[in-house]
Design a protein around this ligand. Structure first.
Ligand SMILES: Nc1ncnc2c1ncn2[C@@H]1O[C@H](COP(=O)(O)OP(=O)(O)O)[C@@H](O)[C@H]1O
Ligand SMILES: [Mg+2]
Length: 229
């Protein structure tokens, strides 16, 4: 359904992404992990049209969407959330949903119905995160891109969010950037590891740390050999 083909990007002299290629199937849930600065958010910016790659293509349902406008890309079904939550913080929860063009009924699915008349800035971190996802869902995505959805959430909010993500299973594909591996591996079927702008692993969550290159990226060379079965 989505094909990222040989995407490269540099900022000045800094090569942030090098020949990134992967596919996402209909309904698939793909996790992306990797150290800070690996280029994960830049990749989302390119897929969602906020940045233009220097080379390579983004193909969605056989259509080349590389460097199209974000609003157009969202309209055809690829919708993202941001690492820093973006809400209308002085509007109520219900008004936020209306502003996103959605039906307030969605708040029931997102476990926010009881908060529908609350001003958004008074929500807990977890509730804000769920509201931002609810607003993304108002655009009826076929592929939902979540940038670090679990960051900053406490145990309870994380469990709640994991449940929300599970409840969307099969309704759309998802690509989830996340540092919190336990939470990510609970929802992702497949994991990509990005390190210094390159994909160093593409496979099952349970196999990620079998890869010496992944262990080196996370633990350094000194300890990369010490995680043996
Ligand atoms: N617009 C930009 N201009 C210049 N450098 C950028 C820009 N956006 C990101 N970078 C740099 O690119 C690298 C990758 O950033 P990013 O994609 O945000 O990484 P990640 O999300 O994996 O932590 C970082 O070194 C960051 O400072
Ligand atoms: Mg990032």
């Amino acid at each position: 359904m989505l094909k990222v083909a040989e995407v490269s990007k540099r900022f000045g002299n800094f090569q942030v992404l090098t020949n990134i290629s992967f596919d996402v199937k209909n309904g698939e849930k793909v996790g992306i992990i990797g150290p800070n600065g690996a280029g994960k958010t830049t990749l989302f910016n390119i897929i969602s049209g906020f940045l233009k790659p220097d080379s390579g293509e983004i193909i969605y349902k056989e259509v080349r969407i590389t460097a199209k406008k974000p609003s157009w890309i969202a309209k055809i079904g690829i919708v993202r959330t941001f690492q820093i939550i973006k809400l209308f913080e002085n509007l109520t929860v219900a008004q936020n949903i209306e502003a996103a063009g959605g039906d307030v009924e969605i708040l029931k699915e997102m476990n926010l119905w009881a908060k529908r008349n609350e001003i958004a800035k008074n929500l807990s971190q977890g509730e804000m995160r769920r509201l931002s996802i609810a607003m993304a869902l108002c655009l009826d995505p076929k592929i939902l891109l979540l940038d670090e959805p679990f960051s900053g959430l406490d145990f309870q909010d994380s469990a709640q969010l994991a449940q929300t993500i599970q409840s969307l299973d099969g309704k759309m594909a998802m690509i989830i950037i996340e540092h919190r591996l336990a939470e990510l591996f609970g929802v992702a079927e497949r994991v990509l590891v990005l390190n210094a702008g390159k994909i160093i692993f593409d496979g099952l969550p349970e196999d990620v740390f079998e890869s010496r290159e992944v262990r080196e990226a996370y633990l350094g060379r000194k300890y990369a050999n010490s995680l043996c079965k």
